[in-house]
Design a protein around this ligand. Sequence first.
Ligand SMILES: Nc1ncnc2c1ncn2[C@@H]1O[C@H](COP(=O)(O)OP(=O)(O)OP(=O)(O)O)[C@@H](O)[C@H]1O
Ligand SMILES: [Mg+2]
Length: 391
Amino acid sequence: MPKCNLCVNAVAWRFLGLDTSWGLWHKILIISKISHYNVYFAMGTPHQSLKPRRSSATAVEMVEALGQSEAFWAFQERLSRVSPVNRPVLLVGERGTGKELAATRLHYLSTRWQGPLVALNCAALSPALMESELFGYEKGAFTGALQRRHGRFEAAEGGTLFLDEIGNIPIEIQEKILRVVEYNTFERVGSSESIRVDVRIIAATNADLVALSAKNLFKRDLLDRLSFEVLFLPPLRDRKGDIPLLANHFAARMAFELGRQEIPRFSADAMAALEGYAWPGNVRELKNVVERAVYRSDSPQIMDINFNPFHSPYEQAPLSKEDHPRKKPQVQEMTEFLDKPLKEAVWELKVRLLEKALIKAKYNQKTAAAALGLTYHQFRGLYRKYRGPLK
Ligand SMILES: Nc1ncnc2c1ncn2[C@@H]1O[C@H](COP(=O)(O)OP(=O)(O)OP(=O)(O)O)[C@@H](O)[C@H]1O
Ligand SMILES: [Mg+2]
């Protein structure tokens, strides 16, 4: 059994052990054979927090973490080591590297796994809202505070609070968080009563917090307290060995979601394209690209990868020498087209040009695209549109 199964199952079996209290939640354990990898993965889709105690708790989805590369395993080993230690952890990584997934794993591998896991994305809130979201408020604390409300710290009592994008927290609120980390106490907005909590903080960022603290934009004391352990998530470009595993996994899941009968396979060219790409958006981008490729493909053999969905098929391609208007079509052909309605003539011309280019290129679509002065994706767009009459 490859190493990756072990890490996934550690989490999966814990979920399965929760049968009585989890009656309401969806729980699926799918044991699937994808390509030549045996990959076991567990999926759960709780509607609120994983074990909601307060209505304000935010849902944190449970997803499997897959990988087999050295970089992935070095990261997972450090994560497993620190999980049971009751101290804050800071997760640092580029967008889409799996910070939220890592926070979830940290929680479920910790001694707090039966407690709540509550998340707050600090980038999504204004400073005022962030304070009341984190610490709650008393009735009448501000206009609109019609009744007392518990914040995320209280919602996470006995469990873990995941503070995502922590670099976006304003200094005044950092001060208040520092007090919780140091003394386990805080006050709700509009109250002077101290509330004691038992919460482990896991924070994540894409920012350079050391540089921010040098500019006095992040409190050094808080940084020191949060960084008991700092885990750096490897970007996908440094774990290229994981690309086939992840791509096959995302493809199989997408096919399952679409109700397809066969597990998709990537052609050698398609897989080479996936492995050759730089993945600035990391695993999230890979997931999107693969899911798009699966849903667009009519066959289980995936040949076509579109990395950029914003690439317009209507973009003007540079005219090749042969396409230049100075070179007129033969007179006979011209009159043939001139007798037809415009739409029909254009349609027929395109079909003929595609056909001619394909025959000349011995049906190599890349060569045909180049001959027509089109990018491969532009060509594929046209080919898909006209392939009926082309056959
Ligand atoms: N090792 C992995 N195995 C399977 N899926 C993964 C893995 N790592 C990340 N993912 C998936 O990639 C997507 C992005 O992961 P996640 O949201 O955890 O990244 P992030 O670092 O928090 O991103 P951002 O900085 O943009 O918030 C999610 O759908 C997640 O399930
Ligand atoms: Mg995230």
